[in-house]
Design a protein around this ligand. Structure first.
Ligand code: HMG
Ligand code: MG
Length: 304
């Protein structure tokens, strides 16, 4: 097997994990979660979104969250920014990193951001300019890289074309999102290989949702193709408000357990992540979706 020695995990729980939850999450609970995730060893913790509170109410308190987290040296706390207005919020909050986002299918782009793919790139231009001026790193996201809930299958060539554009406009990394979690390993490898013809593999991140339980298999498959950056969410929380039926991101606990088993370095402490996951699940009044989190919770309950 051709696996890397080391991978980087990007924790998206406080943003992707919480944006779709019905129960509002307080600033205090989010700050506690983010601080626990950085203390567990994550070097990138996506912490919120400067999007319209009418569209995504769960992210409305991002400014207060960013003001209260302990910013640990060496840790990045990216926030999602859809347009110039969101960028103003990110600048005011002194964010060192932002993430811009578009989609590989027109219908999802419209539902998610009320604009076409072309228009989403027009919105990015002033955002990129401001990011450069303020010395902020920019990560790019593409949603629906395998299939769209409205338009069906997506061609790898479309994902490759958009990845190329994001990379050339200055994104240091492009995260490819299987938003509705329908992809299987062969499809993910075909999509990644198409993108890798346009930009360096080491600048590609994989963002898998686990709706059909394929995300660990997909990670294994694309890792064999040289991908070493994976987006994960503590407790397997997550979903997208504009992708009905899509379940959570691949659980951070599950990915850590997998990497530990393969002897691949990642720098994140499983027990600390599992504890952070249990705390946020209590705040949300739900069970973790991550299998490893469930197993550790049951083991802990059995022991105590
Ligand atoms: P719009 O309605 O077309 O925007 O929304 P607009 O420019 O016409 O403005 C309308 C109103 O929104 C105005 O307020 C603006 O001030 C306000 P009003 O005058 O009506 O009171 N507004 C904003 N408020 C706060 N922050 C802003 C902002 N911009 C405008 N930045 C917009 C366009 C993009 C804002 C909207 O569609 C939106 O917020 N969408 C949210 C999309 C989102 O957050 N989706 C989930 C994240 S993406 C994801 O989950 C996928 C990912 O995980 C990868 C994967 O899994 O695929 C990344
Ligand atoms: Mg997502």
């Amino acid at each position: 097997m051709n696996y890397p020695k080391k991978v980087r995990l990007v924790e998206v729980g406080p943003r992707d994990g919480l944006q779709n939850e019905a129960r509002p999450v307080s600033v205090e609970a989010k700050v506690k979660l983010i601080d626990a995730l950085s203390a567990a060893g994550h070097t990138s913790v996506e912490s919120g979104s400067f999007v319209s509170p009418k569209w995504v109410p769960q992210m409305a308190n991002t400014e207060a969250v960013m003001a209260q987290i302990k910013r640990k040296p060496g840790v990045s706390y990216p926030v999602l920014v859809p347009n110039k207005q969101g960028m103003n919020g990110a600048v005011e909050s002194q964010c060192g990193e932002i993430a811009i986002f578009t989609a590989a299918s027109e219908a999802f782009c419209k539902k998610n951001t009320n604009c076409s793919i072309h228009e989403s790139f027009e919105r990015f231009a002033p955002v990129m300019e401001a990011a450069q001026k303020h010395g902020m790193k920019v990560r790019g996201y593409i949603s629906t890289v395998i299939a769209c809930p409205y338009d069906g299958k997506v061609a790898p060539a479309k994902v490759a074309e958009l990845s190329d554009r994001l990379f050339r406009m200055g994104c240091y990394e492009v995260s490819l999102g299987d938003t509705i979690g329908v992809g299987t390993p062969a499809e993910c490898v075909a999509m990644i290989d198409a993108v890798a013809e346009k930009m360096p593999r080491e600048k590609i991140a994989a963002h898998f949702h686990d709706t059909y339980g394929q995300s660990l298999a997909n990670i294994m498959a694309v890792m064999e193709r040289g991908i070493t950056v994976f987006d994960t969410a503590v407790a397997g929380l997550g979903g997208c408000p504009y992708a009905k039926g899509a379940s959570g991101n691949v659980g951070t606990e599950d990915v850590i357990y997998l990497m530990n088993g393969l002897g691949i370095e990642h720098g994140v402490d499983l027990d600390k992540i599992a504890a952070a996951g249990r705390d946020i699940c209590v705040a949300l009044g739900r069970e973790p979706a991550s299998k490893v989190a469930q197993a550790l919770k049951a083991k802990q309950a059995g022991v105590s």
